[in-house]
Ligand binder design. Structure first.
Ligand code: ARG
Ligand code: ZN
Length: 865
């Protein structure tokens, strides 16, 4: 069952052209395919095609029909996962007809019918659920696709350009598509339905006009404009920053309600989760707008990093995903703000990626072993992968990086390649030796950087940085990594220093050994080194600086990110103190320091807003072991309430200084709303300010402030929360995407009747287990973010999620395997939790018919530690 990267073999056959003729029907879709195939190299092997539980209606080679092998005749061999065809010729045409049932496809992989439309999802290995094929990314073919459907499905879409269409007799019609760019089958797509369409055009830098079409559910046209505008911005940006232009005459995006992931970059025909397309002031928050623009850009950028240059095998997934995430992050930073982007992405790393490294699912950004590929669309492959690309960018500089990218496309356009190929293109653009750096692709785990400082008699200070990567579940031996460490060194008055040996070069130290030391002359000074500025490498820092130094960083740091980070460390430290000594009062100096910070940053609402966010429970977990959830959440809550009490008047000043303006989505306005809502959340913990929450809820002219107020209301009296929640539900009862926010907020309440609430949510008219967005907002939110109730010490949270997963797994294993994650990450928790979590994992493992998706994660989890 396990597939290994080391076992890669080039394909035995090439498929140059694929002709598909697909006649849609809910339970009997007929898929006819005609493949032009050529043997690769000299061998006499049979042709083996992937096919996931597909029947063979009919098959022929060069027009000669084949039959199934039997005792007395040769022929093809069919089993539940493959079709083996003995062939003598070296070049031939293979025709196969099969039948599938899209309406019974609840796994949402392959071709499925949901919400009244047909659509496909083929990455990673869904094409084999549609027809027989060599379902691997290194088989590239030119596709011609004829889609036949009922006229009640007026839009019949596939990749490339439409080349023919017409009416058929029996109430059916057809459209024929041709995609001139050879592509792997995971980029194939088909959509059929009745949509509203928004259209526009984009003229490329070289003057070609591209038709842009965005398809949304009927009646949702108004919610599509922002996505379409985002697409144009992304197209322009990729031309300006990377010199990359679009390469077909038409670019289509379809928004669907039932989708396992965010979106999919099928050539010329992206399919999107509607959550990442639909947005307007009334229904979408600022975060939603941000995500729409980021995901639209991500999928567009894939056209070059993913489609024109694709992956040789799925172990190389980060080749396209890490790179494309990095590209979309750079785009978002240019469209919005560098600081808030960086903070957003670092939060993801600290909350989720570090947790993955510490779990049984740890893997390098280029994994070595996989059971179910869908389990490896992870924060490690995507987000840590993007951090590795970011380090190339840091080391080579923007110009060097661009040079490397140009070389990458020059060498590999039209090919299926490996991460090593990418590294070698980058190597060609720099005089640095990248061979040790490449270890980031093969070594898993979170490196920990420690900083030691000693004062010598002659006024010199020695600073030593060292690195250590703890063993991970699948890899015990670790070696030093090559890390760019951005640094600032300052004294108590904020004067910045550099070292005598110039090891700090332009604010950066290269840490490529176990440790590196340097000396600084600063007689009679206390030095504060800031390491890993701007999170310049995906690592943890063992931070032993005294709180006064952290306040110094906040006060004098040059880099805004570092200042934010210093504040986060202070909060983390205070929470630790309250864990150790509940009921203790936090030192007054700290409140004074924060108060001063608030006054000084009054005009810098972007930084101020972020600095007033207390680290999430999930982030706190990453700097702790043997976590007792109840103690830690009590400490976090106690800190929040002291925070509100001690800083009340400063917070009120900030709140009152931000004027509400009519809604607009631009960075300035976003920063203001963000800051105001962060402050309101603190004030909401004080009963005297409940009225502010209610007022904002009643008066808001946009979803950001409405939802902001609703979230604050969870800290008010229960009655207030309940009544605002009821109003919200009533208003949005017909808009499931908006209701998802309400589902999620309910599911994360630490209330005693949480299971009654969740049961009520699951019975809600808008809820259905077959829609992944609904399941994620109710069950996913509970498992990932309701830490107190999920980790309840009577085991009820773990059991509840397990019961649900057992049902969900039979419908949609991919989504079930995502939601099982928190249960599998038991290693960091106290033994009481561990025992209960493992008990439920055991139930899953013993379940007959468990999917291999869930099996892989559960079995690994139980085997580790
Ligand atoms: N390539 C898509 C994206 O990043 C994600 C597809 C994930 N599919 C899956 N089966 N896990 O944009
Ligand atoms: Zn992607």
């Amino acid at each position: 069952q396990i597939k290994r990267r080391a076992d890669y073999m080039p394909p035995a056959f090439a498929i140059s052209t694929v002709d598909l003729h697909i006649t849609l029907h809910p339970t009997e879709t007929r898929v006819f395919s005609s493949l032009r195939i050529k043997r690769q190299g000299s061998h006499q092997d049979a042709l083996v095609l992937d096919g996931d539980n597909l029947p063979v209606n009919k098959t022929s080679i060069d027009g000669i029909e084949l039959s199934r092998k039997s005792d007395n005749s040769p022929g093809y061999v069919l089993d539940e996962s493959s079709l083996t065809i003995p062939v003598e010729s070296d070049e031939f045409t293979l025709e196969i007809e099969t039948t599938i049932a899209p309406s019974r496809n609840k796994a949402l992989e392959g071709l499925y019918l949901s919400g009244g439309a047909y659509c496909t999802q083929c990455e990673a290995e869904g094409f084999r659920r549609i027809t027989f094929f060599m379902d691997r990314p290194d088989v590239l073919s030119v596709y011609t696709v004829t889609v036949v459907g009922d006229t009640s499905f007026p839009m019949l879409l596939s990749n490339g350009n439409p080349i023919d269409k017409g009416q058929l007799t029996n109430g059916q019609h057809f459209v024929k598509w041709h995609d001139p760019h050879p592509k792997p089958c995971y980029l194939f797509a088909l959509v059929a339905g009745d949509f509203d369409m928004l259209s526009d055009t984009f003229t490329t830098a070289s003057g070609k006009e591209v038709a842009l079409e965005l398809y949304v559910d009927k009646g949702k046209q108004g919610q599509g404009t922002f996505a379409l505008e985002s697409l144009k911005r992304a197209m322009k940006w990729d031309e300006e920053v990377f010199g990359l232009e679009y390469d077909l005459d038409i670019y289509m995006i379809v928004a669907v309600d039932f989708f396992n992931m965010g979106a999919m970059e099928n050539k010329g025909l992206n399919v999107f989760n509607s959550k990442f397309v639909l947005a307007d002031q009334n229904t979408a928050t600022d975060d939603d707008f941000f995500n729409v623009e980021a995901v639209i850009a991500h999928e567009y950028f894939h056209n070059w990093t993913g489609n024109r240059v694709t992956c040789r095998d799925w172990f190389q997934l980060s080749l396209k995903e890490g790179l494309t995430v990095f590209r979309d992050q750079q785009f978002s930073a240019d469209m919005t703000s560098e600081l808030s982007n960086r903070i957003k992405h670092v939060r993801v790393m600290r909350e989720h990626q570090f947790a993955e490294d510490a779990s049984a699912m740890s893997h390098p950004i280029r994994p070595d072993e996989v059971i179910e590929m869908n389990n490896f669309y992870t924060v490690t492959v995507y987000d840590k992968g993007a951090e590795v690309i970011r380090m190339f960018h840091t080391l080579l500089g923007p110009d060097g990086f661009r040079k490397g990218m140009d070389e990458y496309f020059k060498r590999h356009d039209g090919q299926a390649v490996t991460c090593d190929d990418f590294v070698s293109a980058m190597q060609s653009a720099t005089s640095l030796d990248l061979s040790q750096f490449a270890r980031w692709y093969s070594q898993s785990g979170t490196p920990i950087i420690s900083v030691k400082q000693s004062k010598l008699d002659d006024g010199k200070h020695t600073i030593t940085l060292s690195q250590h990567t703890p063993a991970t579940s699948e890899q015990s031996e670790k070696h030093p990594l090559y890390m760019p460490i951005k640094m600032e060194v300052m004294d108590e008055d904020g004067v910045q220093y550099t070292d005598n040996e110039a090891i700090i070069n332009d604010g950066m130290v290269i840490l490529d050994k176990e440790s590196v030391s340097f000396t600084i002359d600063a007689p009679n000074k206390t030095l504060t080194p800031v390491v890993l500025g701007n999170f310049s490498a995906p690592a943890k820092v063992n931070n032993e600086l005294p709180t006064t130094s952290l306040l110094t960083i906040f006060k004098y740091g040059k880099d805004a990110f570092n200042r934010w980070d210093a504040m986060q460390s202070i909060y983390n430290r205070c929470i630790s103190e309250l864990e150790r000594a509940p009921g203790e009062a936090i030192d007054n100096d700290i409140w004074a320091g924060i108060r001063e910070a608030i006054v000084r940053e009054q005009d810098n609402v972007e930084l101020l807003g972020e600095c007033l966010v207390i680290p999430s429970f999930e982030t706190l977990c990453q700097s702790r072991t043997s976590i007792n959830v109840q103690t830690l959440s009590a400490a976090r809550k106690a800190f929040c309430s002291q925070f509100a009490q001690h800083l009340e008047s400063s917070l009120l000043d900030v709140f009152n200084s931000i004027e509400s303006a009519p809604y607009a989505y631009n960075q300035n306005a976003v920063n203001q709303r963000r800051c105001k809502n962060v402050v309101l959340a603190h004030l909401a913990r004080l009963p005297q300010h409940e009225s502010l929450v209610i007022k904002q809820f009643e008066q808001a002219d946009n979803m950001t402030d409405t939802l902001g107020a609703l979230r604050c209301a969870q800290f008010c009296q229960r009655d207030t929360f309940d009544s605002l929640m009821a109003k919200f539900e009533q208003k949005w009862s017909n808009d499931p995407l908006v209701l998802d926010k309400w589902f999620a907020l309910h599911a994360t309440q630490a209330s005693k009747d949480i299971f009654a609430t969740i049961t009520m949510l699951c019975e809600h008219p808008q809820f259905t287990m077959s829609n992944p967005n609904r399941v994620r907002s109710v069950i996913g939110s509970f498992a990932f973010y309701n830490s107190e109730m999920f980790h309840a010490l009577d085991g009820s949270g773990y059991k509840f999620v397990t019961d649900y997963l057992l049902k969900l797994d039979t419908l949609n294993p991919q989504v079930a395997a995502r939601i099982v994650t928190p249960l599998t990450q038991w290693q960091g928790f106290a033994v009481e939790h561990q025992t209960l979590m493992k008990e439920q994992l055991g139930r899953l493992l013993n379940h007959k018919g468990l999917s291999k998706d869930v099996f892989e994660k559960v079995s690994k989890s139980l085997a580790y530690g």
